[in-house]
Design a protein. Structure first.
Length: 211
């Protein structure tokens, strides 16, 4: 069972960019909530996600009833503001999508990095989490002695590159300031084929206790 700290447990979960749910455990996470709202533009992802999680046959650990699953075929940028208003007590999980926002053509990299840094303010007062690309490069230039490690606070992009890269060119995915500075985080290497490798940062942010 998930532990959410002193604040009331969220009954619902908003999943952003889960695709077919390949990065999510089929037991012990999604079924901890009574309602799941999944947002993904991939037309094939919905059927795959439903086959993996079988919402009609999955019992919610929160209510004991069937898990309610709503699929929203859209990018999260378009619908997240409305979902946050409509579901003020739902937890939020960004499923390896934030590091992809650096590829937007109509915004400067500075603007993208600023907007990514505002996410923690937007989600203040609720439980949320993200796993996202931090840096990526050629696998032959990677330090494979650092496939996984943990930190109790922010690791700057320069610090991360010095730790995981042995040389070569590395791409900054502009996500250094997504998680609040003092949140614990896990770093994991994620090979993309045989030639490229990404380092993923993952962290969970508890809701700020109400005063």
């Amino acid at each position: 069972m998930l532990a959410f700290g002193p604040e009331p447990e969220p009954t619902g979960l908003i999943l952003l960019g889960p695709s077919g749910g390949w990065c999510l455990p089929t037991k012990g996470f999604v079924d901890a909530f009574s309602e799941v709202i999944a947002v993904d533009p991939d037309p094939a992802a919905r059927a795959i996600f439903r086959r993996r999680f079988k919402p009609n046959d999955t019992q919610s650990a929160h209510t004991g009833g069937a898990l309610s699953l709503t699929w929203v075929a859209s990018t999260f940028e378009r619908v997240l503001p409305a979902l946050l208003i409509r579901h003020p007590h739902h937890a939020v999980l960004f499923c390896n999508v934030l590091g992809q926002l650096r590829y937007q053509d109509k915004k400067t990299l500075e603007r993208i990095e600023f907007e990514l840094g505002q996410i923690s303010l937007t989600l203040a007062g609720r439980h949320w989490a993200s796993f996202h690309d931090r840096i990526s490069g050629e696998a032959k230039s990677a330090n494979l002695q650092e496939l996984e490690f943990f930190s109790t606070s922010t690791v700057t992009t320069n610090e991360l590159a010095k730790r995981v890269a042995k040389g070569g060119e590395w791409l900054d995915h502009l996500t250094e300031n997504v998680l609040p500075a003092q949140v614990a985080r896990r770093f994991m290497a994620w090979p993309i084929g045989q030639e490229r490798i990404h380092w993923i940062e993952a962290g969970w942010v508890e809701a700020t206790p109400s005063r």
